[in-house]
Design a protein. Structure first.
Length: 630
C-alpha cells in the first residue's frame, strides 16, 4: 500500500475532493464540520477499479495548522496537490510544496479544483498559469487534472492519474526494521490502547513485540487493522491501526514511535542539512529550531560546524533534540524557526548507508543486492570489534532477521567473520589485517627468543596497543582457521616450534638427570628455581615455562617431572586400575616404588587431568566410571 497526501491552500477543496474520491469525509471532528475547515489530519481509503487501494491523508490548509500537516507529511509518497482553479497557487500552496521537498514525495498529481466556476478558456488559462507558477517546485511538470466535486467532472481522470502514479512508485523497504510514527492514539472499550500511523518501513504482525519510542517498555501487538479490516500482518506503506498491550493511552501521543527494538533513541544526530533558500540569512551557527521527525514536533538546536554563509546549499550539521527520539538512518526531517515559524530547511539523518558508499568495490559487490551492500558498509564501520546483527541492521536500515540472514551468508562465503563472546559480526578486511599484523609480531618475537612458547594475549595486546579481550576475540577466527596457533594460552605462528639454545639445553639436562636408581623421582621445583638463579644463561625462566607449557616437563604441586616419567606413572596406574578397578595411594606407591610424599599429589594431579576419579580414599578410572554410569 502507498500513501497519497493532499496539500494546498485553505479552502481550495482538498477535503471535498477526498470525500468525492473515496466516499469518506476526512473532516472527522464536529468542529471541523461546523467551521467547514480542516484542523487536523484526516484519513480515507481510495479503491481503484483493479482492486488495489491506497490511503489518503488529508491535511489542513490553514497556515495555523501547518504543524498538523507536517505530522502527516512524512508518510506521503504521492502528493495530490490541490489548487483551486479560480484562485491559482496561494501562500500555503507554496509553503506545503517547500516542506514536501525535504520529505518522501516521489510523484505529484495536481488537481485543479472548482473547475465548474470557470469556462473552458479560463480553465485553459488557469492550467497554464498553475504550470508556470509551480516550475522549480516538486510539482513541476506534474500532470494537471481539472476537477469539480460539484459536477463530478474530471474525477475519473484524476483517479486514473493517481492510479498510474501509484503503480510507478518504488516499493517501500519491507526488509527494514519496523518504524511507525504515531499520529493518533485512542482507547476503545474492551480493546485498550489503539494507535494509528503510516508504517514507514518493515512489517508488523499480530504478536510482535515492539519498542514504544521514548518509553522503556516493550509493547505487544494484539491486533492489526487497515481501514477497519483485520490483518495478521501489514507491510510498509499501509495506514495501520495497532491494538497494543502493555501500554496506556496516556503513555502515548502523536509524535511517539512504535518501532523494532533494534532502534535506539537519540537526542543528538548528525544530519545532512539542506538550506531553504529563503532562510539563508536567518541561519546562525547555533539555530534554535522546531524539528519535525516522523509525526513529532520536537524543539531543538541545529548546530553547524561553521557559520553558514549565503552560498551554502547542503551543510553537515548536528541536530540536538530536547527529547530523544527514534532515528532511522537516511530518514528525512524538516526544521522550522521557533517564531515566526518559517521553514528553515530539512535533510536526512546521516548514517544512512547508500549502496554506493561501499569503499572497495570488488567484483562480488557488483552482483550484491542493495541490502547486502548496505550490510557490508555497516560492517566496515565496526572494525575488529564488529557489531550485532541488530545493530548492523539498524545502521543498514534492514530488519534484524534479514540482517542476520545476510550476515550468515557473508560468513559462509568467508566475506565476514562471526565473533564470539559477545557474539557479533565483523568485516573481513580488518579481522584479516589484524591477524596479519599479529602474525608478523609473533614471527619477530619467535626469531628473537625462540625458546619462548609464544606470546600470551597480554603481551601481544600490549605490543599491538589493543585491549586484550578485544584482541583475543578478533584473533579467534584466525586461530580457528589455523593461521595463528594458540597452545596452552600462547599465541605463535603455526609453523613455530620452540627450541632451546645450546646453553639452555645443557642447563636443563643437568637439572633433570636420568638416574636409573630413582627413575620415578621428581626434581623439587624449589631446586630448579634456585639453580636457575645462580646461572647466567639468557631466558632460562621463559625456557622453563616453555618446557612446562609444551609438556616436556610437568609441574605436580611442588615437584617437576619429565614427560617420560609421567608417561610411565600414568600407564602403571591405568594398567593397575584395569585389573583391580580401584586403587589406594599406598597400593599405587608400592606398584611404582615411590613414597607417599609423591604419590598423593600425583594421584590428585591425575584426577585433575582427567585420568582418575576419587572414590573415598581410593581412585577409579574416569572412563570406567563414566561407562558404568550409563
Ligand atoms: N464550486 C465548487 N466548490 C467547491 C468544490 N470543492 C470544494 N468546494 C467548496 O470549497 C469550500 C472548501 O472546501 P474544503 O474541501 O473544505 O476545502 P479544504 O481545502 O479541505 O479546506 P481546508 O482543509 O480548511 O484547508 C467548501 O465550501 C466547498 O463546498 C468544487 O469543486 N466546486
Ligand atoms: Mg480540508
Amino acid at each position: 500500500m502507498h500513501v497519497i497526501g493532499t496539500a494546498g491552500h485553505v479552502d481550495h477543496g482538498k477535503s471535498s475532493l477526498v470525500r468525492a474520491l473515496t466516499g469518506t469525509d476526512p473532516d472527522r471532528w464536529l468542529e471541523e464540520k461546523l467551521r467547514g475547515m480542516t484542523l487536523d489530519l484526516g484519513f480515507a481509503r481510495l479503491r481503484f477499479d483493479d482492486g488495489s487501494d491506497a490511503a489518503i491523508v488529508d491535511v489542513p490548509g490553514h497556515e495555523r495548522f501547518v504543524h498538523n500537516m507536517l505530522a502527516g507529511a512524512a508518510g506521503v509518497e504521492l502528493l495530490m496537490l490541490v489548487v483551486a482553479a479560480n484562485e491559482g497557487p496561494q501562500p500555503q500552496t507554496f509553503e506545503h510544496l517547500a516542506i514536501l521537498r525535504y520529505l518522501n514525495v516521489k510523484r505529484v498529481v495536481i488537481a485543479l479544483t472548482k473547475s465548474d466556476l470557470l469556462d473552458d478558456d479560463e480553465l485553459a488559462h488557469a492550467r497554464a498559469s498553475v504550470a508556470e507558477a509551480l516550475a522549480g517546485t516538486v510539482a513541476a511538470s506534474a500532470p494537471i487534472v481539472a476537477v469539480s466535486t460539484i459536477t463530478g467532472s474530471g474525477l475519473d481522470e484524476l483517479r486514473s492519474s493517481l492510479h498510474a502514479a501509484i503503480k510507478a512508485l518504488p516499493s517501500r523497504p519491507i526488509e527494514a526494521p519496523a518504524y511507525l510514527p504515531i499520529d493518533r492514539v485512542f482507547a476503545l472499550d474492551g480493546h485498550g490502547t489503539i494507535v494509528t500511523g503510516t508504517l514507514m518501513q518493515g512489517r508488523i504482525s499480530v504478536g510482535d513485540r515492539l519498542a514504544a519510542g521514548g518509553l522503556d517498555r516493550e509493547v505487544r501487538v494484539r491486533g492489526v487493522h487497515v481501514f477497519g479490516e483485520k490483518r495478521e500482518m501489514v507491510e510498509a506503506g499501509a495506514r495501520v491501526a495497532l491494538n497494543l498491550v502493555n501500554v496506556e493511552r496516556s503513555d502515548l501521543s502523536r509524535g511517539a514511535v512504535i518501532a523494532s527494538g533494534q532502534f535506539e533513541s537519540h537526542a543528538s544526530v548528525a544530519v545532512h542539512f539542506i538550506v531553504e533558500p529563503s532562510a539563508r540569512a536567518i541561519l546562525r551557527r547555533r539555530t534554535p529550531v522546531r524539528a519535525y521527525v516522523g509525526s513529532a514536533e520536537i524543539l531543538g538546536t541545529l548546530v553547524f560546524e561553521r557559520a553558514p554563509n549565503t552560498q551554502d546549499d547542503v551543510l553537515p550539521a548536528t541536530l540536538h533534540l530536547r527529547e530523544p527520539t527514534v532515528i532511522v538512518p537516511g530518514a528525512a526531517f524538516v526544521v522550522r524557526r521557533l517564531s515566526p515559524k518559517t521553514l528553515l530547511g530539512g535533510g536526512t539523518f546521516a548514517g544512512a548507508i547508500s549502496p554506493h558508499e561501499t569503499t572497495d568495490v570488488h567484483d562480488e559487490a557488483i552482483e550484491d543486492s542493495e541490502d547486502v551492500r548496505a550490510v557490508l558498509a555497516a560492517l566496515d564501520r565496526h572494525g575488529t570489534t564488529g557489531a550485532t546483527a541488530a545493530r548492523l541492521g539498524a545502521i543498514a536500515n534492514i530488519r534484524e532477521v534479514r540482517a542476520a540472514e545476510i550476515l550468515q551468508e557473508l560468513v559462509d562465503a568467508e566475506r565476514a567473520y562471526a565473533l564470539e563472546r559477545p557474539a557479533a559480526f565483523a568485516a573481513k578486511e580488518p579481522i584479516e589485517e589484524l591477524a596479519a599484523i599479529a602474525c608478523a609480531r609473533l614471527a619477530a618475537a619467535e626469531a628473537e627468543t625462540p625458546w619462548r612458547t609464544g606470546m600470551t594475549s597480554i603481551a601481544l595486546a600490549r605490543d599491538l596497543t589493543r585491549p586484550e579481550a578485544e584482541l583475543v576475540r578478533a584473533l579467534a577466527p584466525a586461530v580457528r582457521a589455523g593461521r595463528i596457533a594458540l597452545r596452552a594460552g600462547y599465541y605463535a605462528t603455526p609453523e613455530f616450534s620452540p627450541t632451546l639454545t645450546r646453553e639452555q639445553r645443557a642447563f636443563f639436562d643437568g637439572v633433570f638427570v636420568r638416574d636409573p636408581n630413582a627413575a620415578h623421582v621428581p626434581v623439587p621445583l624449589a631446586d630448579v628455581l634456585a639453580r636457575m638463579k645462580t646461572t647466567k644463561i639468557d631466558g632460562l625462566s621463559a625456557a622453563f615455562d616453555m618446557l612446562v607449557a609444551t609438556g616436556v616437563l610437568h609441574k605436580v604441586l611442588d615437584s617437576v617431572y619429565r614427560d617420560d616419567q609421567i608417561a610411565y606413572l600414568r600407564s602403571a596406574l591405568v594398567t593397575a586400575l584395569r585389573e583391580r578397578k580401584t586403587i589406594t595411594p599406598s597400593e599405587y606407591r608400592d606398584i611404582v616404588h615411590s613414597s607417599r610424599k609423591y604419590v598423593v599429589p600425583l594421584l590428585e594431579w591425575f584426577d585433575a587431568t582427567g585420568v582418575t576419579l576419587r572414590s573415598g580414599d581410593a581412585r577409579v578410572l574416569r572412563l570406567a566410571k563414566r561407562s558404568s554410569e550409563k
